[in-house]
Write a protein that binds this ligand. Structure first.
Ligand SMILES: Nc1nc2c(c(=O)[nH]1)N[C@@H](CN(C=O)c1ccc(C(=O)N[C@@H](CCC(=O)O)C(=O)O)cc1)CN2
Length: 284
């Protein structure tokens, strides 16, 4: 291994300790931030992520509101809980854990959320604000990636970033975040319709791999010294995470965000940032 590690665990821990101080300051003004989560169904991965979000809240002093519905919940039942969270004054921000069970219209659920309580930055209003350059919550994984790069002093400005994937939580919003004036990267987005993925990857200073295809990023496709962030989650027969990035990439790249231990903890930290910033905005 020659690449340096983009250590998401340590960086997230640093962000959380900064946030704990900001939460203390809010509490001194009589403001108690509270994160709500809605988990629908029994997916063990989703449950693990949601439990982790509440553990993080406890660490920084944010209150937790945990709502759950069974896999069989109807669109109407899910929307009823969303309306309750919209009305609950203790819940200053919330997320609906994705994916929702098959047959549920996730876009309708997201649209029903109060945009002022969108902790994930995935409400259409928040994504529209991002496009328009108006301040608001940023999607957690894309902004977590930016923070991870910045805090390891990996140059984003002027870099050519290749994003692989176009899912709602990472691939789709990632170029929007990276092409803001504050980041100023040049972005190529690749997806299943891309003709010659290797040709694009070889041009990249930074690769964000969010395809969900095990080891799709191979050592021979990586420019020496590039930063490679593995965000893909597939599972082997033992349930162990297999990322999008082949382990041999660490011999060529300059920086590698491992998986686990890279971008995942940053996603959780950024969620807390969104909750605290929303509470700070509300407190004036
Ligand atoms: N409403 C949302 N749903 C989903 C999002 C999201 O941002 N908002 N992203 C993912 C899941 N996710 C957060 O919800 C998430 C994924 C991974 C991690 C994480 O810390 N992973 C660990 C490894 C975990 C393991 O071993 O299984 C790591 O990378 O070190 C946190 C949050 C989809 N849904």
């Amino acid at each position: 291994m020659t690449a340096q590690i983009l250590d998401g665990k340590a960086t997230a821990a640093a962000i959380k300790s900064e946030l704990a101080a900001r939460v203390e300051a809010l509490k001194a003004k009589g403001v108690q931030p509270g994160l709500g989560t809605l988990l629908v169904g029994d997916d063990p991965g989703s449950r693990w992520y949601v439990n982790g979000k509440h553990r993080d809240c406890a660490q920084v002093g944010i209150a937790s509101i945990q709502r759950e519905l069974p896999e069989t919940a109807t669109q109407e039942e899910i929307e009823a809980v969303v309306r309750e969270l919209n009305e609950d004054p203790a819940c200053t921000g919330y997320i609906v854990q994705l994916p929702l069970p098959k047959g549920i219209d996730a876009n309708r659920v997201l649209e029903l959320m109060d945009p002022a309580k969108d902790a994930d930055g995935l409400h259409p209003m928040s994504l529209g604000r991002l496009v328009l350059g108006i301040e608001g919550p940023l999607p957690c994984t894309p902004y977590g990636i930016v923070q991870l790069l910045r805090r390891h002093e990996v140059e984003i400005k002027g870099a050519h970033v290749v994003v692989v994937g176009r899912g709602i939580t990472i691939g789709r919003p990632m170029p929007l975040v990276l092409t803001r004036k504050s980041e100023n990267a040049t972005v190529t987005q690749c997806h299943t319709g891309t003709r010659d993925l290797s040709a694009h990857l070889r041009q990249a200073d930074i690769i964000v791999a969010a395809a969900g295809v095990p080891h799709i990023i191979k050592p021979e496709d990586v420019k020496p010294g590039a930063a490679v962030l593995d965000v893909g989650v597939s599972r082997d027969e033992q349930g162990k995470i297999v990322g999008d990035v082949h382990p041999g990439v660490a011999e060529v790249a300059g920086w590698v965000a491992p998986n686990p231990g890279g971008v995942g903890p940053m996603t959780r930290a950024q969620l807390l940032v969104n909750v605290v910033e929303a509470a700070e905005r509300a407190a004036g």
